[in-house]
Design a protein around this ligand. Structure first.
Ligand SMILES: [Zn+2]
Length: 684
């Protein structure tokens, strides 16, 4: 591992932050924290923290000795000075005299001694940073160090590699106890350059930012060098099918099997987004004959347990010639849930009860022949689970190649998983109404499609924006965090199949289809060109059918129901003169909605439609509005709001109607009219 310190960049950080009144020592603390945080072999998703001790002026203008330590919610790779809240050091040091300290009290004392009362909570490892007298303290969960110490003889290995340069702290749960024990180890030999925390990670210290950082790099490099020696080849491969099922087949099955049925609301599920990874190292690991053993021994460092659970689910190899994989996968998930539930019951009894079980679904799945899958309630959580799983694979592979991977035991994992301070990192926010759901929206670059995509994403859905115009879809997707843009010609069956593959690979499945793409053609029905009428049917009817058919295939593989939403038109109910080429296929689509509702209701797949009229869009452009208004002798405003309520209908109004239908679990075969009121077009 190479040092990423660049003197010029360090100086630039000092200059830049200096202009904002940030002292050089804090500027350099931010600089090296970012260096550590950007290397996934050192730090992943909150798995590390840093601090600096300095003197600053408090809010009443008095000088105070403080510890600036990483605050929760900040990512080390992108941290800023505000992410290192200052806590009065004197008070923290007094706590060392205590024998024990409850977590909630520790958090309260830390918060009460913040210089800025609006600062984020200081790290759960704040006291450890405080008790070490060095000015700069760096902490990581470096993969190579974990491979070295997650061993039955981890202490002996650490001593062999580090000699007297590092102290060795036996495993205890992070918090007050670990801080005190680490300080005791340090006091026994204050010459050490850092500490190795058994089964957890590494600390290094320094008098300046560079020294602490360079020591981290040097110590991790020593572990890396050690791991290159005397390696045995791992892993012996198991029987991998010649022809494995594709990710496209596997993902919806896995996703559906892992969804947790809501016992209170019929038809509701806790669903997950899937993040897929595969490379040679991952395949070597998941294809191993003994994968169910080494993969399931436990987490490489304690705080992974809140993100990945203690062990992944290991699925049966997915043989394309074996039609029974769905049942096998569902049985494997049921086994996982039973194991997790039993683990919780056993451990809850050990600690005297009173804990509430988290959802028992896996967060990491290993599929021999295919790769690994991270599962999360959001795309971000799925990505974090996948990142941690990849780091675990690297760490366990190196540990097994040089010894035997031996992590903390079940009791310690439970104490960490159900530690309120760890759970607090995940946040207690109530999930959004569409959390975990995946929505595919066609015509997504248009007004109604884009509004719907934006609204669904704001309600927690992962959205895929399909449009014929790839550039326009990309532009709209850029406005929505995490959104996927897919070029798709909905009238081309292959293009539709490819688009679904794209969505399934990116998110894992489909729960909601908003089949919105359409275009209007006019002509007096007795005189219209046959080719034009057929063209309109291709887009305004058959494309809806193709989109729905593919969605239903994915939904049935998931087995958790689903929702098909169609944009029909007022023309489907109340034909306008010369609008036959548009109204006729739309009328057929209205019946398509009812047919899907009828044929798939028993499987929980709902089909609904929104019947909107006179919405500014690609169909109803400014020029067209001007022309129609003029033809009727009306102002544009009067033309657009020429309905019973006298209100102009917007794309957002239509999006709201789609959302209501997506959330109405007991509603199917419904048509919701969004037209401001038009008695002639009222459904009866
Ligand atoms: Zn740690």
């Amino acid at each position: 591992m190479r040092s990423a310190w660049v003197e010029r960049d360090a100086q630039a950080a000092v200059d830049r932050y200096g202009k904002a009144g940030i002292p050089a020592e804090l500027a350099l603390r931010v600089y090296t924290t970012q260096l550590l945080g950007r290397d996934p072999k050192l730090v992943l998703h909150g798995g590390g923290n840093t601090s600096v001790k300095l003197r600053m002026t408090d809010l009443v203008g008095e000088a105070a000795d403080v510890l600036c330590v990483k605050g929760s919610g900040w990512d080390m790779g992108t941290i800023e000075p505000a992410g290192l809240p200052a806590v009065r050091l004197g008070t923290l040091l007094k706590l060392r005299a205590r024998k024990a300290m409850p977590d909630d009290e520790m958090v309260r004392v830390q918060r009460a001694n913040l210089i800025d009362p609006s600062a984020p909570n200081p790290s759960v490892e704040t006291l450890l940073h405080a008790f070490i007298p060095h000015k700069f303290v760096d902490h990581t969960h470096a993969s190579a160090v974990l491979s070295l110490i997650d061993q039955p003889d981890g202490e002996a290995r650490a001593r062999e590699v580090y000699g007297a340069s590092m102290g060795y702290v036996p495993y205890v749960l992070p918090g007050f106890g670990l801080a005190k024990l680490s300080a005791d180890v340090f006091d026994k030999d204050t010459h050490v350059e850092g500490l190795i925390l058994a089964k957890h990670g590494i600390f290094t210290f320094g008098t300046d930012a560079r020294e602490a950082y360079e020591r981290m790099i040097a110590m991790v490099t020593r572990a890396e060098t050690h791991l290159q020696k005397n390696r045995k080849s791992v892993f012996v491969s198991g029987a991998i099918p010649q022809q494995a099922l594709s990710l496209n087949d596997i993902a919806p099955i896995l996703r559906g099997a892992c969804a947790v049925k809501d016992e209170k609301t019929e038809g509701a599920f806790t669903r997950f987004i899937l993040e897929f990874r595969s490379n040679d190292a991952i395949l070597n690991f998941v294809n191993g004959r003994e994968v169910a053993d080494y993969a399931r021994r436990g987490v490489i460092t304690p705080d992974h347990t809140i993100r990945t659970k203690n062990w992944p689910i290991v699925l049966p190899a997915a043989d394309a010639r074996d039609g029974g994989w769905r049942e096998k996968a569902r049985a494997a998930v049921a086994g996982f849930v039973a194991d997790y539930t039993a683990y919780f019951a056993r451990q809850n009894t050990r600690v005297g009860g009173g804990r509430t079980m988290l959802d028992p679904a896996p967060r990491v799945a290993l599929v021999p022949g295919v790769g690994l899958v991270g599962l999360g309630r959001t795309q971000k959580d799925a990505r974090i689970a996948a990142d941690l799983a990849e780091a675990a694979i690297e760490t366990i592979t190196d540990a097994e190649a040089t010894g035997r991977f031996t992590p903390i035991g079940e009791d310690d994992m439970f104490d960490c998983e159900y530690w309120p301070l760890e759970q607090a990192k995940l946040g207690a926010a109530k999930p959004l109404p569409l959390a975990g759901q995946i929505a595919v929206i066609t015509g997504a670059a248009g007004a109604i499609g884009a509004s719907t995509a934006k609204l669904f994403a704001a309600q927690g859905a992962s959205v895929a924006l399909l449009d014929l115009d790839e550039q326009a879809a990309n532009a709209k997707a850029k406005e929505i965090p995490g959104a996927l843009a897919v070029a798709c010609d909905v009238t081309d069956a292959q293009s539709v199949a490819d688009a679904y593959s794209h969505v399934v690979r990116a998110f894992g499945g489909v729960d909601i289809l908003v089949s919105n793409a359409g275009a209007a053609w006019q002509g007096k029905i007795g005189e219209v060109d046959d080719a034009l009428l057929r063209k309109s049917f291709e887009l305004n009817f058959f494309a809806h059918q193709t989109m729905a058919r593919h969605a239903v295939r994915v939904m049935r593989a998931q087995g958790t129901g689903g929702c098909l939403l169609f944009n029909v038109s007022k023309q489907a109910v109340n034909p306008g003169p010369d609008f036959g080429p548009y109204g006729l296929p739309k009328a057929a689509t209205l019946f398509l909605v009812r047919q899907y509702a009828l044929d798939y209701g028993a499987e929980g797949i709902r089909a609904n439609a929104v019947n909107a009229d006179r919405v500014r869009s690609g169909l109803l452009t400014g020029d067209f509005i001007k022309e129609r208004a003029k033809a009727r002798g009306l102002s544009e405003k009067d033309y657009m709001s020429g309905n019973l309520l006298g209100r102009e209908v917007t794309a957002d109004d239509v999006a709201q109607a789609f959302l209501a239908q997506a959330l109405a679990l007991k509603t199917t075969a419904d048509v919701t009219t969004v037209d401001g009121g038009n008695i002639a077009a009222a459904l009866r």
